[in-house]
Design a protein. Sequence first.
Length: 365
Amino acid sequence: MDAQQFLVNSPLQFIDKASFTWQTPSNIALVKYWGKSEPQIPKNASISFTLNNCHTITTIEFEKIEKLDTVQFDMYFEGKKNEDFKPKIAKFFQRIAEYCPYIFEYKMAIHSQNSFPHSSGIASSASGLSAIAMCLTNLEQQLIPALNADFVTKKASFLARLGSGSASRSIEGPLVVWGNHPEIEGSSDLFGVQFPHAIHSIFENYQDVILLVDKGEKQVSSTVGHELMYNHPFAENRFHQANENLSKLSKILQNGEISQFINLVESEALTLHAMMLTSNPYFILMKPNTLEIIQKIWKYRLENNSNICFTLDAGANVHVLFPENEKQNILQFIENELARFCYKNEYICDSVGLGAKKLANPNVK
């Protein structure tokens, strides 16, 4: 599918002022994406659970100005003006400029806040950039009233991807596939799509408790990690494996074979970190407490015939996944046995969600 479809080809009906507020979630990949080519094209398809409680709320206030050569914006994070995030957002605006030419004709005030720690292995770039993308496409709907909702959703995912690949998976839910895959109808390297099949009831309202092992910023960013997949000795085998695993997981999600789900999801998590351990230069994002938690989860699963499992993102934190019918027992286990391995005993209880939510009616003048 061609990116040309997302160019603005209709006349714009400019408005003087507008304000939009969106809440967009983080997501946790079950089959991981690690390695990409420009512009933000994944080397393999991935699939993720959309989360619910881990989200970013962003308001963008737009004010019409004379057209300029650079995008004018101020960034406020959790109530305070923030210059640190501006370079990343400025780069994002550069990448999307040809698809959103109207951004040169508005001054933007971006107000953003997270329900979880920034840059700690929870996908803060995913939720943050998808929220900005939703606000921009909301403006575009005002400027081009004929746009239909399906196109706007697709374009929001397309734009979010240009800021952070995994952000393409934060627009919809509960399961989103990003990356072209022969067995997933409508899948694309350019945007995420909802998993097209009905899932087994065991995976409905699936639970994810995120153990905050380390709330500091990662020593190696995901961007650098992706670049290290160039010339990685295991890269091609890994890309092939990931696409095969997505085929397997597609069937598992439909037939409810939870033991196979556990095996595949944990293997994917460990393989992601194995790629980091074997890159050049090599690096480790797990912490000793990450491994302590994994061992405890394996022990609990064996002793209690439980369907608890874990996955990891690009960081030290552990996502503890389990079906809703085990929630009471597993939450007790986490409080009694795992919380002590978290920074200040902190963890976030989450579950699978449905994607972006508009929180306020646009104030259009």
